[in-house]
Design a protein around this ligand. Sequence first.
Ligand code: GLU
Length: 290
Amino acid sequence: MPPPVFRFAPSPNGYLHLGHAYSALLNCDLARRADGRLLLRIEDIDGARCRPEFEAAIVEDLAWLGVEWETPVRRQSEHLADYRDAMARLAAQGLIYPSFESRAEIAKLVAQRETNGPWPRDPDGAPLYPGTAKLLSPGERERLLGSGAPYALRLDMAAARARAGSLAWIERGKGPGRETGMVTAQPQLWGDVILARKETATSYHLAVVIDDALQGVTDLVRGQDLFWSTSVHRLLQKLLDLPQPAYRHHRLVRDAAGHKLSKSTSATGLRELRAAGATPTDIRRLAGLP
Ligand code: GLU
């Protein structure tokens, strides 16, 4: 049996906090216990928010914590061709269409729809795509693409589900409603998700699925906030004929007031705790790890 492969996949758009420390150390502990491998992946596709100094700080903080990972580290921004290739495969199945509304236009469409009652929202609370770009005639679509207008490339969720059939994933942790075991994927909760944009080769959903497959990740251990995203990930794995890893979604570390930690609050930042004299052992204890 080849060893299990774990990964920690931070986005370098800020400094690490106790929640990241928990996730990284849990991955590290589980990999060690299973004689497995641990990879580090830098999820830096959001060029506007990611910065090299955050990446350097992440690497330094993880090493200080005692997390050990294999090299080379995969940096998503260096692999855009892999994501374009996956998009082409989905497009060849007739599952991708461009939509041209701006964020403001979408907000207006949602407000109009909501005069007739609540409009459905995705598990992160964002309204589902309310537009009708899927119904554009081929001629009109060509005209808009040729006009140089910005666009988003969306997954035709109804067609994708019809092709993939019903799906489930193996959950070794727990979802927000304590879901565990075989969990039925519900990608329809996300509507026609964006998988890429005119200027952006990939979304989080597509990149994470491609990378986990290319890197041979077998065990995904990540925060419960990504639990329902797994529905979209399972669907993309099926459509792209990729292997199915096992998932373990873990609890989120909260601050004293019970709120989810954010990268901008310094009270739980690793750098601040370290500057105040905390040791890696203190961080384990503060994050609630044995
Ligand atoms: N890059 C994501 C984050 O920092 C995590 C992605 C994942 O673990 O699937 O929240």
